[in-house]
Design a protein around this ligand. Structure first.
Ligand SMILES: Nc1ncnc2c1ncn2[C@@H]1O[C@H](COP(=O)(O)OP(=O)(O)OP(=O)(O)O)[C@@H](O)[C@H]1O
Ligand SMILES: [Mg+2]
Length: 479
């Protein structure tokens, strides 16, 4: 039967019919929908198993026990009729047979004449977290709950975390330089708007301080900081000591520290990225600082191993390597040049350990890497950026040919000095034996001073270039 064959009701009857339908819709919306319930059958290590529910992977469920608050869980896999669940909270006190209920699907009450809804809206029990301008200046956990005692967050709407990725062909290329306020980076490793860079470092060599400097001094509209899997104490320190008041006003901090369940650590990274995407899609230039990508991969490893995925490289199952590019690909320039997310991801690596599979994978998917060296940090050289080992793969696209040439010469002279360093230090080098090394020795003090920077000094891009040119030109003059 098609609509044309239905007799149109009389106008009076139509009003009555509309009123009836409205009433029915309101009742349906107010009533409790039929609920499917499963039971908890197993809990081993981190993973829960439930029978009797059929909820899609990625959807949310609640495990309820009489007399205690329900535990939120996410479906992370299944085997026949068993669903594997990962908790987002403490599982203490759960017993076999506890009821498992898929979170009610988000079904807005349809109204006649409504525009067709986004397909994402109809997905069953998909997690939605607060996104919006109201997050600015706030510190939230991986579930969007404020941690800063600043009261409820307003001006946000609950939205799903996973968005449609931007087609690579519709993304604008990285063409504009971004002023990070850090001299060594601005001069030698110039970063482009929309670039994704890895910050490779071991522990205690100045990652947090460097990220903090960028958060304060980078020319960006909004800074989103994802603190994933790091010590809980660091969150407070980062916000109070490193970010400071001015940094905080334009920042959103999402924290999922090490003691959060692995599910929340993954979710924290996805949430921080979604927050950055929100501001990017509003046309703003966003700086996303994610500390750390390694802990994100480790959280995925915990989950994957718990549900029985076989480990591959160094205990990391294949899904870890699939997850990294999925997260990283979400940052970058916006659709057709509107807004951008420039992202720094810290990667834990102990100097010479090139074997770390996450560091390897990250190096391959990022457009540049900045390596922090323990030897420099120990020598009190901060920021401890090892220029020789670091590279920005887009630099030639974002700086003038003159800038590129000065940086190239700086790099060459620095490298010459580093190669001769041992000889020089034991006094085995006689000046005059190698003109290039002589020049490098003459310039070394100036170059070292250029590369160092106090944590509360900002160095704008223009000044960085001028300073670098000055250091290099001394060589030409002296010769
Ligand atoms: N630009 C700087 N100027 C002076 N000192 C610095 C600078 N950057 C870092 N430091 C020193 O290095 C120490 C360690 O820095 P930071 O806490 O940033 O390291 P980290 O790599 O984040 O460590 P962790 O791995 O423990 O998180 C700081 O306490 C500070 O004393
Ligand atoms: Mg740190």
């Amino acid at each position: 039967m098609n609509a044309d064959t239905i007799d149109r009701p009389e106008p009076a009857a139509e009003t009555e019919w509309t009123r009836f339908m409205d009433d029915a819709l309101q009742r349906t919306a107010a009533g409790t929908p039929l609920e499917v319930r499963g039971t908890l059958t197993r809990l081993a290590g981190l993973v829960l198993e439930a029978a009797g529910i059929r909820a899609p992977v990625g959807s949310q469920c609640k495990v309820a026990m009489a007399g205690q608050a329900p535990v939120l869980v996410e479906v992370v896999g299944f085997s026949n009729d068993r669903a594997y669940l990962m908790p987002a909270g403490d599982v203490h006190g759960l017993v076999s047979g506890a009821s498992v209920t898929p979170a009610a699907p988000y079904v807005p009450v349809p109204r006649l004449g409504d525009p067709p809804r986004d397909a994402g809206d109809a997905r069953v029990g998909v997690l939605r977290l607060p996104l919006g301008d109201g997050l600015l200046g706030r510190i939230v956990d991986a579930q969007g709950i404020p941690m800063d005692h600043g009261g409820p967050i307003t001006d946000v709407v609950a939205e799903p975390l996973d968005r449609q990725p931007i087609n690579a062909m519709d993304r604008s290329p990285v063409r504009e330089p971004l002023d990070t306020g850090v001299r060594a980076i601005n001069g030698m490793l110039t970063v482009g708007r929309g670039q994704r860079i890895g910050l490779f470092a071991g522990s205690g060599v100045g990652k947090s301080v460097l990220l903090g400097m960028m958060a304060r001094y980078t020319r960006a509209d909004v800074v989103v900081v994802g603190l994933i899997g790091e010590r809980g104490r660091e969150v407070k320190e980062f916000v109070e000591d490193i970010l400071g008041e001015d940094g905080r006003a334009r920042s959103v901090v999402v924290a999922a520290p090490a003691d959060a369940p692995p599910l929340l650590r993954l979710q924290g990274a996805a949430y921080a990225t979604a927050v950055a995407e929100h501001f990017r899609d509003n046309g703003q230039h966003v700086l996303l600082l994610m500390d750390s990508l390694t802990r994100y991969a480790m959280a995925q490893r915990e989950i994957a191993l718990a549900i029985g995925e076989p480990p591959a490289t160094k205990g990391y199952p294949p899904s870890c390597f699939a997850k990294l590019p999925q997260l990283v690909e979400r940052s970058g320039n916006g659709l057709n040049g509107v807004g951008s997310i420039t992202a720094f991801y810290t990667v834990l690596s102990e100097g010479d350990d090139q074997q770390d599979p996450i560091a390897d994978a990250a190096r391959a998917i990022l457009d540049g890497h900045i390596v922090l060296s323990r030897a420099l940090a120990e020598a009190g050289h901060f920021p401890a950026i090892d220029i020789e080992q670091s590279a920005s793969r887009v630099m030639h696209n974002v700086v003038s040919p003159e800038h590129f040439e000065v940086a190239r010469r700086f790099r060459a002279i620095n490298s010459r000095y580093q190669k001769g360093r041992d000889l020089i230090q034991i006094g085995a080098y006689a000046m005059g034996a190698d003109p290039a090394l002589d020049e490098a020795i003459r310039l070394n003090d100036g170059m070292t001073a250029f590369l160092q920077q106090g944590m509360f000094d900002a160095a704008p891009l223009d000044d960085s270039l001028r300073a670098m040119t000055r250091v290099i030109s001394k060589a030409a003059g002296a010769r």
